[in-house]
Design a protein around this ligand. Structure first.
Ligand code: CS2
Length: 512
């Protein structure tokens, strides 16, 4: 690459000429055959499952090439297609940057406008494993119950038009129907999203649609399809222009599909498969009988801390997770919340010390090179708080323990959506399926913490009625909302950290 020439674009021809600092696939990509599909080729997939598969292909060559499918924006087929499926995965820890080219994705199909391209791939006999990262709301389930939301517009559409589905459950049900009537080969559908018992929920939503077909599809699924649960972990925020520039500046080539992640990664998969399975356990993933304890650990500790820092962080004026946790008060708050209230709800995981896991998780969040925006984590908070905050709260109430700290980020989530309402000055743009409903409540009710909390707790798709009517929970959430909607939310967090809980609850709430 001459210094004067415009930097070349990443592609197969460039591989042999890359700087030695950039690690590249050690296997023959030309010989890769499609073996699995992945739905939702975002930053997380490219930083996580695709990297594990790349490791596997290097160690133990097999035919597990990945075909990516995007059924929601962005369109990626052209971007990755131009690069022959190759992209750079940067690992960043403070000042350190490590670069590697990942080669496991053979091609990506865009299926945003019609399900046909997705169905062609998913129904193919070559595909024996389908992984997916389609975000929490992609499952079209009711967060508080896990059941398919039959009122969801995409589900209403898919039940009426099963051959032209739009939703993930609808597309999967149709793909299974096509598999059944063509080659009949078994397949594993592996959810990699942060929803509780993700395999169970995926199985529920697909089976609910299938059973409505009334043609024996549900029985075929029961015999031929596995829905293992999995816990996935690596912090990989949305890629920014600065990340693309970093590759160009440090390594001298252009790549439009760069992803950036932290060094830590983990993948725990329930060993419940149909058909052949990539041996990801050879390259660091764990195959276990029960994912639940790992899932609790990760969603309640790491994700719970992220959601807490995200909502409180925005309310207190911090842009990224690392900025929020650099604030001594927020750091103290989140550590106390996790150690005093979350930790007693965790199940033992052999070989894992929960206190050490908490410390390690908090340390990961201080990585200043990972520019994870609080608004990104706060996106779709209504789909996240059940598993990250409400489930541990429910366990604490069952144990008779305090929930004073865990209730604060629940109020933080409410305050975050309330302050986006016109009556509260539209402080920021939000993206959440419940944003419109909460904005309307905020406009109607105004600055009355009790009225607001009562109205939001009545949304039973998020708060199951037994929790919503619990007096201890309500009292704590109202006190939290009152404090966080005040001029000085950090002062409230200080109180939450220092004042005895009873004293805090006895303080009168602000008037409307
Ligand atoms: C984050 C997660 O945006 C979010 O909801 O909390 O994407 C988180 O970074 C990953 O689960 C980490 O494994």
């Amino acid at each position: 690459m001459s210094a004067a020439a415009a930097p070349e674009m990443l592609g197969p021809e460039l591989l042999s000429r890359l700087p030695t600092a950039v690690q590249r696939p050690s296997y023959d990509r030309a010989a890769l055959m499609p073996g699995m599909a992945h739905i939702g080729v975002g930053a997380f997939h490219r930083c996580h499952q695709a990297e594990y598969t790349d490791d596997l292909l290097s160690r133990h060559f097999d035919r597990w090439g990945v075909i990516g499918i995007n059924i929601r924006p962005p369109h990626l087929a052209e971007t990755l297609g131009r690069q022959g499926g190759l992209y750079t995965r940067l690992i960043r820890q403070d000042n350190h940057v490590g670069a590697r080219i990942i080669g496991s994705i053979i091609r990506v199909v865009d299926s945003q406008d019609s399900a046909v391209p997705a169905l062609e791939v998913l129904a193919s006999a070559d595909i024996e494993m389908v992984t997916m990262t389609v975000t929490e709301k992609g499952y079209c389930h009711i967060p508080s119950t896990g059941a398919l939301d039959l009122d969801h517009p995409d589900i209403v559409h898919d039940l009426a038009n099963p051959h032209a589905p739009r939703s993930v459950p609808g597309i999967l049900a149709r793909a299974l129907e096509l598999r059944r009537t063509s080659h009949g080969r078994p397949v594993t559908l592996l959810s990699c999203d942060n929803i509780p018992t993700n395999g169970v929920i995926l199985g529920n939503v697909v089976r609910t649609i299938a059973s409505r077909r009334g043609n024996g599809l549900a029985d075929w699924i029961a015999a031929n399809v596995a829905f293992p649960s999995a816990m996935v972990d690596r912090i990989a925020p949305a890629t920014t222009q600065a990340d693309l520039d970093t590759v160009e500046q440090l390594f001298g080539y252009r790549d439009a599909a760069v992803v950036v992640g932290e060094p830590f990664r983990q993948w725990v998969i329930e060993q419940k498969f149909a058909g052949r399975v990539p041996c990801w356990d050879l390259v660091g993933a764990s195959f276990v009988d029960d994912v639940t304890p790992f899932e609790h650990l990760k969603m309640r500790v790491l994700n719970g801390a992220q959601t807490t820092l995200a909502h409180l962080g925005v309310l207190c004026g911090f842009e990224h997770t690392s900025d929020a946790i650099a604030d001594p008060l927020l750091a103290t708050f989140v550590r106390r919340m996790l150690t005093e209230e979350t930790l007693p709800t965790l199940r033992a995981v052999p070989g894992f010390s929960a206190p050490a896991y908490i410390e390690r998780s908090l340390a990961r969040l201080t990585n200043t090179a990972i520019r994870h925006r609080n608004h990104q984590i706060a996106t779709d908070g209504s789909q996240k708080i059940v598993q990250r905050l409400l489930n541990p709260i429910r366990d604490r109430l069952r144990q008779g323990g305090s929930i004073a700290l865990l209730s604060v980020p629940v109020a933080g989530w409410m305050a975050y959506l309330i302050k986006a309402a016109p009556r509260f000055g539209k402080c920021w743009q939000v993206s959440d399926p419940f944003a419109g409903r909460i904005s309307a409540l905020a406009d109607r009710i105004g600055a009355d913490a009790k009225g607001l909390a009562d109205a939001i707790l009545a949304i039973d798709a998020i708060f199951d009625p037994s929790l919503a009517t619990n007096t201890i929970f309500r009292t704590n959430v109202i006190a939290g909302l009152d404090g966080l909607l005040s001029e000085n939310p950090l002062a409230f967090v200080r109180h939450a950290c220092t004042e005895p809980i009873d004293a805090r609850l006895k303080r009168p709430t602000r008037s409307a």
